[in-house]
Design a protein around this ligand. Structure first.
Ligand code: IPM
Ligand code: MN
Length: 347
């Protein structure tokens, strides 16, 4: 029997509650199937930082490297640790360290979930570049604290990085409805974004069966609201993808429903699965965090591991749960109650 080793990093705030929920559902899905999951928990978080002075141990990436996948809850507790410290100490080093260059975020409405748009007929797969671009980390500050202070933060776009994310997007489009939207701002950013458009045209030539359109990010944002049904796969740079996927979360009913996968497509290192929402300090003490985004992310993990049947069964039980109105209204049910409802519908 296959046994997958999974690293669990619940992290901060509601990340702990939703990771417990997702793990319970994944373990149940494994029990109904012919594979096993072994979870190893790591307490890496802002609380861990307060104790040790680091978000994870110096050999944290090496430790995670031996797992088949990573399930992460949320990172950040800004009242105690600045976000720029916590995220650069845990989440972002994992994405970059394991070359998880494809951040995959599905945006569609689960049955019974009310989105803010008139249309309910959309199914968008956002593919966000996850290792470079605006998040390259290249920059600096000089003359700090003086009136002559300067801050520079440079976006870095490499041919290898842009080409691989586009190829990943085209491959996904081929498996879906055969449409790809490549997102830039090449009317204003004349080096990096013109370059991205050029690489898009080169890669598109290898996929004549995929209908490829380049959009400016501002127009694409409007299209996600006005005509989301016209979109299939959307490929964007790190920051543009970050912003567009919060918009995607909004049109699918909120961050409680937005799942994500940080994928290393070559499988040379573990991929990481996490809900798009953060640690939500404002609702952490209430016990009503919606576990659906985390459970959906867990289904994406099963799919990545090759357990497509189990992944589909988790998605079916999620849909059956929301179609009964459970987990669809923020704060209405407790996290455990939503999780129990999903578990009871899992076959
Ligand atoms: C996300 C988050 C992160 C990001 C933050 C917490 C650094 O917003 O996963 O979308 O910008 O990538
Ligand atoms: Mn974000």
């Amino acid at each position: 029997m296959k046994n997958y080793a999974i690293a669990l990093i619940p992290g901060d705030g509601i990340g702990r509650d939703v990771t417990d929920a997702a793990w319970a559902v994944l373990e149940a899905a494994a029990r109904h199937s012919d594979f096993a999951l072994s979870g190893t928990r790591y307490p890496w978080s802002c609380a861990y930082y307060k104790e040790t002075g680091a978000m994870m141990p110096a050999d944290g990436i090496k430790t995670l490297g031996k797992f088949d996948a990573i399930l992460l809850g949320a990172v950040g507790w800004p009242a105690e640790v600045p976000d720029a410290v916590s995220l650069h100490g845990l989440l972002l080093p994992i994405r970059k360290g394991f070359t998880q260059y494809a951040n995959v975020r599905p945006h569609r409405l689960l049955p019974g979930v009310n989105g803010p748009l008139k249309t309910t007929e959309f199914d968008i797969l956002c593919i966000r570049e996850n290792t470079e671009g605006e998040y390259s980390g290249a920059g600096g500050r000089v003359h700090q604290g003086t009136s002559g202070e300067i801050a520079v933060e440079t976006s870095v776009f490499t041919r290898a990085g842009v080409e691989r994310i586009l190829r990943y997007g085209f491959d996904q489009a081929r498996k879906r409805r055969g449409k790809l939207a490549s997102v830039t701002k090449s009317n204003a950013q004349k080096y990096s974004m013109v370059f991205w458009d050029e690489v898009t045209r080169l890669v598109a030539a290898d996929y004549p069966d995929v209908e490829c359109t380049s959009y400016h990010v501002d127009a694409l944002a409007a299209r996600m609201v006005m005509a989301p049904e016209s979109l299939d796969v959307v490929v964007a740079s790190n920051l543009f993808g970050d912003i567009l996927t919060d918009l995607g979360a909004a049109i699918q009913g909120g961050l409680g429903f937005a799942a994500s996968a940080n994928i290393n497509p070559e499988r040379g290192a573990p991929s990481m699965f996490e809900p798009v929402h953060g640690s939500a300090p404002d609702i952490t003490h209430l016990g009503t965090a919606n576990p659906i985004a985390a459970i959906w992310s867990g289904a994406m993990m099963l799919e990545h591991l090759g357990e497509s049947d189990a992944a589909a069964r988790v998605m079916t039980s999620l849909a059956a749960t929301t179609s009964h109105g459970i987990g669809t209204v923020p704060g209405k049910e407790r996290t455990e109650a939503i999780t129990a409802a999903v578990l009871s519908r899992l076959s």
